[in-house]
Design a protein. Structure first.
Length: 424
């Protein structure tokens, strides 16, 4: 059994480069299904979710190859529109194949991805939107079958700016007949990247970066290459690790324009933050002030994907903080683990009340989901003594090599296999 061993209590210091965006790469990988040819994606992170999506694409007939941080996908011959249960259940983002396969093949059958440990993420909003584009759905148990004789443009106003539903509608609309007008669309940077990728391939999309998108269908899309932007959540993880440990970091290739909400919170906590294009410098020696109230929101608000890490950092603040989660109801699964380390955190419905303590103590910990696992890494780095974090596979879903990156910053962290004390 592999786990992470962390000896904490030492401020992080140094320079780290941010990997490509997980949430940016995955929808682009599904969008390649719409292109009868090769797509080349640069700066693609080598993480578990990317490998899982590559496996899923292979099952439907794509050829997928990796060369360091470049991935090439040849979707010339799609031979199957049935997405196997094993690959679909490996990751929630498999739902993003709905729009592309309907656009390319006019049908799809897949196992319903279902819920998620951080909260329910139903597919009903995806299905409702695609029905308006002339798609029929048949649900049999946990299986979704969708088909259409032709996709048609429609006026669609999403009841909630769902990122996944926005992506599926965009990918279905780019080759549909007529024009689709999508309002209350999600505005996350990953949506902008997807639109720019599709437009580079020949799609006609207006309103990129706004909540109103107008998409006029085209007959075909051409081969294209694209570079994936840096991962704002990974960058935020290391900045919050600096805040928790009182460290000093240079974070390179950071998408600073996308991170204004976090930068504002870090400055409120007392950190000195300097931004120069794709570099963020932080001196968090005095980052001990609490945050009286923070609420997660859709972009450009404070991201739900950084909430767990913020809670870990605030566990050592000098005072009381309140963090409200408005996106996913299961984002506080890491709280009992933090309390095992001596944190004083109380759950109050969709809020947590954090009363800062002087120190955390290392112990055995269990990651139960991706971002909660990253929060435990941050807490362990700031804690006195040694921690062992199990559930490493969750963390590997979003971080290319968190041990490599933390070691570059002077952290005492290692992969351990079984009872061995030798880093692997």
């Amino acid at each position: 059994m592999e786990y992470l061993r962390i000896k904490g209590g030492k401020p992080l210091a140094g320079e780290v480069r941010v990997q490509g965006s997980k949430n940016g790469a995955l929808p682009l990988m599904t969008a390649t299904v719409l292109i009868q040819g090769k797509t080349v994606l640069h700066n693609c992170p080598r993480i578990a979710d990317i490998e899982a999506m590559a496996d899923l694409l292979r099952t439907i007939g794509c050829k997928v190859g990796f060369d360091k941080d470049t991935i090439t996908i040849d979707a010339t011959h799609i031979c199957d529109t049935h997405c196997p249960q094993k690959q679909v259940q490996a990751m929630r983002s498999s739902i993003m194949l709905l729009g592309p396969l309907l656009g390319r093949c006019k049908s799809i059958q897949m196992h319903r991805p279902g819920g998620c440990v951080i909260g329910e993420r139903p597919t009903d909003i995806h299905e409702w939107a695609l029905r308006r584009m002339n798609v029929e759905f048949i649900s049999q148990g946990d299986t979704i079958t969708a088909y259409t004789d032709r996709l048609t443009g429609a006026d669609i106003c999403l009841p909630f700016p769902s990122v996944g539903a926005t992506e599926n509608v965009i990918m279905a609309a780019v080759t549909a007949e007529g024009t689709t007008r999508l309002t209350n669309a999600a505005k996350e940077p990953e949506i902008r990247l997807l639109c720019e990728f599709l437009r580079k391939a020949g799609a006609k999309i207006r309103g990129i970066g706004t909540s109103v998108l107008e998409i006029t269908g085209v007959d075909t899309l051409r081969e294209v290459s694209m570079s994936i932007m840096a991962d704002r959540i990974v960058a935020g993880t290391y900045l919050l690790a600096a805040a928790a440990t009182g460290g000093q970091l240079f974070v390179r290739d950071a998408p600073s324009e996308q991170m204004q909400s976090l930068i504002g919170v870090l400055r409120h906590m007392g950190a000195s933050v300097f931004v120069d294009r794709d570099i963020i410098c932080i001196d968090a020696y005095e980052a001990k002030r609490p945050c009286p109230y923070i609420k997660t929101e859709v972009y450009p608000g404070f991201p739900t994907d950084l909430q767990s890490m913020l809670v870990a950092a605030l566990a050592l603040a000098s005072g009381e903080s309140v963090v409200e989660e408005s996106i996913f109801e299961g984002r506080f699964r890491m709280v009992p683990q933090l309390c095992k380390m001596g944190a004083d955190i109380t759950e109050e419905g969709n809020r947590v009340r954090i009363r800062g303590v002087e120190k955390l103590c290392g112990t055995d910990l269990e990651a139960q989901e991706l971002r909660g696992g990253a929060a435990l890494v941050i807490a362990a780095l700031a804690a006195d003594g040694e921690s062992r974090i199990h559930g490493l596979s969750y963390i590997e879903r979003g971080y290319e090599d968190i041990v490599r990156d933390i070691r570059q910053l002077g952290g005492d962290i290692a992969y351990i296999t079984g009872e061995s004390n030798v880093p692997v």
